[in-house]
Design a binder for this molecule. Structure first.
Ligand code: SF4
Ligand code: SF4
Length: 652
């Protein structure tokens, strides 16, 4: 687990930091007292760094991993109502989950401060969509702050929290993958350690804090008034700045600013362009817009949707400006509306505006790189318990002659979509495996069709619980498989309610999946050892039969530690897991292990017999159960403790 000690580097220096760590540092310098979040790439490190700080500063600020983004935002809002400076962190799609309290927070305002961090993911490096969450700012009347690159991410976070405290309104801090995950030198300021103590107070005032219609109407009017004020005053936000004095305006919110600056340099157009770096894209400050509209030609360079462009065009109509505004919209759009921006795209757009020739490389005439890397398809890790479980699942379905529909979910196990397992037929959003699977279970009948919803433990706590309750209440005939590896593996091994540890590393109550399922009213619950193929297969057969015969939901909890966490724990305890080899005398070259089981440590040798790469083998012993000819052997007797660690390891 990364330590992020740089987040507490002494003031007055320059320290190399990941953009997300710089954001965390900015919050600390602004005196953040309360942090709640649900992990999600590319936002996770903000909270990991704040949790690391809290561990070293004796619980200052208070940091929690909440069960989902809605709860995180509600918790942060509650804290901000008591007068503390609070932050809720999530990835972009997380804000969809938290949209309800987000809108309400705009009406209520805060007593302390509240910043919601949304890390957007243009071109979907690890997400199901590439939504631009600045829309949420416009929609909910929440001002948006956007760093103009990783260089000022720290400052943007600090200012967002300070502005929220000043205006007593929630602010949205929008980052994107490249800002969050780029490492840059950051100038450190002072952290007011004493002020990080999460101490709040509350005075009863129903008119202020309750959104019943009579008060909500009043809040609506106040919100509109505050919005108009912000439209004027955010022009003075310190990260909004103007560079150059050329006749063509390049309006560059967020990361667009870095590309715009490079493009101007590349084209040698410093005298022809004025760059407007916009760190408050929503609402676009009116005084800034007026200046921009004084130019005849404007190019808007923004990551995501044309949000500033639309606001500018609207204002141009309102004030009857004759300015030509180009960006992403309409037939004359010069920049694509999908994917990430890049210097190439921005330089090409600016060259068109300026009527310039571009250097050859920007016209796609690139030199081929000298080294060609082999394509590496994503694959479950060697020793992942999901592999043996999926293998058991396919065998169980075959034995019962079923053609299940696999309702999948978001997590490492989404890789089950790939051959040889192909056990993810739909993937919609966090927790949808049970929700959508439940709907399908009511409509798919006959022909051996049965719905198997596959969800991870963290996702189950996030939003699977309510969907399971719905499935029980509505008697949905589906099998729910909860893959419990005791961690939120995909985002870097954060704890969750089933782990028994909280974000700051303290012992916490352990809430077990099977007990939740029992409490909700599931009548058939089986727990299998995910590393044990026979055990899983038998339990899956029993549960599938139950669901088919009774037309009721059943739950199988497949338990086994994430192999990466298990290996880490073994290393810490000085235990050496065994590696395995193939006995060539026994191997018949049947190919089951490398074709149907597909452990990346097992390869096909030239003679068709299996060969194990000892550097990749994790010693999980799954292959031993797969080979019908007993060809896999441990190079040394597996230590008893290792077989326990594989099943029980949790993130430290
Ligand atoms: S399953 Fe066994 S026999 Fe078949 S290829 Fe693998 S090691 Fe050889
Ligand atoms: S080769 Fe066998 S023991 Fe090694 S990681 Fe693969 S399945 Fe596990």
């Amino acid at each position: 687990m990364p330590r992020y000690s740089e987040v507490l580097a002494p003031a007055g220096g320059k320290v190399l930091m990941l953009g997300n760590v710089a954001i965390a540092r900015g919050f600390l310098e602004a005196g953040v007292q309360f942090v709640a979040a649900y992990p999600g790439t590319p936002s996770t490190e903000v909270v990991e760094a704040l949790a690391a700080a809290a561990r070293r500063l004796g619980g200052r600020p208070y940091v929690e991993w909440s069960v989902n983004e809605k709860v995180a935002l509600e918790a942060a809002l509650g804290a901000a109502i008591t007068g503390v400076r609070a932050v809720a962190v999530m990835k972009h799609v997380g804000l969809n989950v938290a949209a309800d309290p987000f809108f309400s927070s705009a009406y209520l305002g805060v007593e302390g401060a509240l910043v919601v961090v949304s890390a957007d993911d243009p071109w979907m490096w690890s997400s199901q969509n590439e939504q631009d969450n600045r829309w949420y700012g416009l929609h909910a009347y929440v001002p948006v702050v956007e760093p103009t690159g990783p260089q000022d991410a720290k400052e943007a976070a600090k200012l967002a929290l300070e502005y929220s405290a000043r205006y007593k309104r929630p602010f949205l801090l929008r980052s994107t993958t490249r800002i969050s995950h780029t490492r840059v030198p950051v100038e450190t300021g002072a952290i007011p350690v004493e002020e990080l103590e999460p101490r709040g107070d509350f005075s009863k005032n129903p008119a202020r804090w309750t959104l019943i219609p009579q008060y909500a109407r009043m809040h609506r009017l106040e919100l509109l008034e505050a919005w108009d004020r912000l439209r004027r005053e955010l022009a003075g936000f310190p990260l909004n700045r103007v560079e150059g004095s050329g006749p063509v305006a390049v309006v560059a919110p967020g990361l667009g600013y870095r590309y715009a600056r490079e493009a101007v340099k590349l084209l040698g157009a410093e005298d022809e362009v004025t760059i407007y770096a916009v760190a408050t894209p929503v609402p676009l400050p009116e005084p800034l817009a007026e200046k921009i509209l004084s130019h005849d030609m404007v190019l808007v360079v923004e990551e995501g949707d044309p949000i500033v462009e639309i606001q500018l065009k609207t204002m141009a109509v309102e004030v009857d400006a004759r300015t030509r505004i180009l960006g992403k919209r309409g037939a004359q759009g010069l920049l694509p509306r999908h994917g990430e921006l890049g210097l190439e795209k921005v330089a090409a757009a600016l060259a068109k505006v300026l009527g310039r020739e571009l250097p050859a490389w920007t016209r796609g005439e690139r030199r081929e790189p000298g080294v060609k890397l082999p394509p590496r398809p994503p694959v479950l890790c060697a020793g992942c318990p999901y592999r043996s479980f999926f293998y058991a699942l396919r065998r169980a379905a075959n034995k019962l002659r079923l053609r299940p529909v696999y309702s999948g979910d978001i997590g490492c196990y989404s890789l089950g979509i790939l051959p040889p397992f192909e056990v993810q037929d739909i993937i919609v959003d966090m927790g949808a495996s049970i929700g959508s699977g439940s709907g399908m279970a009511h409509t798919l009948t006959g022909g051996g069709r049965v719905v198997v919803a596959i969800i991870g433990d963290s996702t189950f706590y996030h939003s699977g619980v309510t969907a399971l309750m719905n499935a029980v209440y509505n008697q949905s005939p589906l099998l729910v498989v909860v893959l419990d590896n005791h961690t939120t593996a995909m985002t870097g091994h954060q704890p969750h309610p089933g782990v028994g540890v909280d974000a700051e590393g303290r012992a916490a109550p352990e809430i077990r999946v099977e007990e939740v399922a029992r409490g909700i009213g599931v009548e058939k619950i089986l727990v299998s050892d995910a590393f044990d193929i026979r055990d899983s297969e038998a339990k899956l057969i029993e549960a599938l039969r139950y669901t088919i015969e009774t037309r009721k939901p059943a739950v199988v909890v497949a338990r086994g530690a994430c192999i990466l966490v298990a290996l880490q724990q073994a290393r810490r305890r000085g235990i050496k897991p065994p590696t395995y080899y193939v006995d060539p005398e026994k191997c018949t070259a049947c190919g089951i292990c490398y074709k149907a089981f597909n452990c990346p440590a097992i390869q096909r040798g030239e003679d068709g017999k299996a060969v194990i790469d000892p550097a990749l083998c994790t010693g999980c012993a799954e292959c031993v159960q797969v080979c019908p000819f007993d060809a896999f052997k441990p190079s040394q007797e597996p230590p008893e403790e290792w077989t326990v660690i594989m099943r029980t390891a949790k993130p430290a």
